[in-house]
Design a protein around this ligand. Sequence first.
Ligand code: ZN
Length: 306
Amino acid sequence: MILGIDIGGTTTKLGLISGGRVLERTRMATIGHNDAGSFVDALTREAKALADKSGAVVKAIGVGAPNGNQRTGRIEKAPNLPWGQDLPLAELLAKEFAVPCQLGNDANAAALGEWYHGAGRGCSDLLVVTLGTGLGSGLIVDGRLLLGPFGNAGELGHVILVPDGRACTCGRNGCLEAYVSIRGILQTHAEVTEDKLIANTDEGVKPIADAAYHGDKAALSTFDKTAAWLAIGLANAVAIAPPQRIVLCGGIAASGEVLFGPLRRHFAMDILSIHSGKVELVRSGLATDDAGLLGAAALVEHHREE
Ligand SMILES: [Zn+2]
């Protein structure tokens, strides 16, 4: 049994996973802890309670986290987690449970989850893009997750798309993420409607997607512009590391055809002709609630194969 831990900005999910299925699960708040130490204590308590409840023997732990670095096992200064310093979480959990622990970034975990258990099964090369608060991505190249020398390869969200464009959370301007993310899409919608920027809510871009399905011109135009930007980013990624398939996941991908329709059209125009017609564009094959946990467990599964 693998203990999977999916650390998000507000909620941390824990699950017991076997054979690509989540058998038991629980969740706890990520925020509200005074420091990293008290978060780790709470996480350990929750994990032990979950294992005790099911009577399962945990053989390994997989953790997906923002800014998680698989080369170091640390969460490195994640801007949206409530503690500033690096946290050597893999080492702390391995010691506490006396089992091996693999920690990686959440986008890479999502990529492995789709590759092992979701819409990416059977590919030797795969690009998985998570569209939500930010734009995360994970690349499988020649049958291996691409980590790079510093453990952070494949940051498609921060390729510069527009010179001197919108300010990005990374401190630079014009990154893909500044256009294709919840905040980016809300901003595009505000520009199209010449209206005030609406506050980001739990609903994300769903109200705009709903309006687009009802034929609202501004909403349709917002998705068309978003699709055009995303298509350039994807076509550029394909030029460097062509995958058989691109899987889109996260809340924005759940918008469905209002995004995928224009995206397929723009992508077909932008893709290099040698790759034309060879790269599939599909939606996540995993249930939203399971994706992060299966991804965390897949970090362990992939490590075992290496
Ligand atoms: Zn950026």
